[in-house]
Design a protein around this ligand. Sequence first.
Ligand code: ADE
Length: 308
Amino acid sequence: MTTPYTGPLLGWYACHARDLPWRAPGTTPWSVLVSEIMLQQTPVARVVPAHRDWLARWPTPPALAAEPAGEAVRQWGRLGYPRRALRLHETATIVTARYGGTVPADFDVLLALPGIGAYTAAAVASFAFGQRHAVLDTNVRRVLARLVTGRARPAATPSVAERRMAESLLPAEPAVAAQWSVAVMELGALVCSAASPLCTACPVARDCAWLAAGRPAQPAGAGRRAQRYDGTDRQCRGRLLAVLRDSRAPATDADFCAVWADQAQLARALDGLVADGLVDPLPDGRYALPGHGSRRSSPRPAQPTASS
Ligand code: ADE
């Protein structure tokens, strides 16, 4: 089906799309997959250099699979949510063992890989392999909510009806549908933003239900609050991981104490990192990135030894 939006959207994208490395002609499916995992929870500006360095170090899944998982965690650096690095390493290992080192093109096979949900599987199948899938990230969902339903924001999670609506808008030709998806995503990032939409610059303003309705505000209480970071367990986990990333040697409790004062919080964060597989406890009581020493067989005690 050709919707009224297709021509203007594709024309706008051809003129205004950002020149991002994972969109360059000839980019590999692995490059697209890495970008999508990084972009799940990190803004484009921070992903660009991290993606470049990752691909320079590991240009293929087998290159990553050949190194310990801890190296993926180290290379992940300060991108945040570092379990993504572990999952990417697991995915590279599976792709190497089962798929000859080549990222699979099938949506369901992608969906079964660690760290790949419906959004990421659809994005990789579309952007790496030119397939036709509804790619429902937050930007796309906001654009479609405004354009089609006249609401300022989409619901918290995509419903079956929303997914059907998004699929019904996709152009029939798979390669065009893939272009359409990335064009809508880009429109959401550059024009139809959450806080300050630039309707005068929008190629589909004429057809927008939200604009026609006078841009009604979102109902009170439904907005996203900024998340606090300072002093949280997340910040503490980040500091502890940075100690391990920045050193080739395993860390001691004293090394961790030097970067975090609250001992109970430190112990909780360290337990969490061990439980998540991001940190290995060693038999001598020190800690290492995964795969960088032989693991202690029993879990560390619940109470902190860090202060002693
Ligand atoms: N291009 C392709 N996928 C993208 C994403 N997730 N965010 C921004 N730009 C993209």
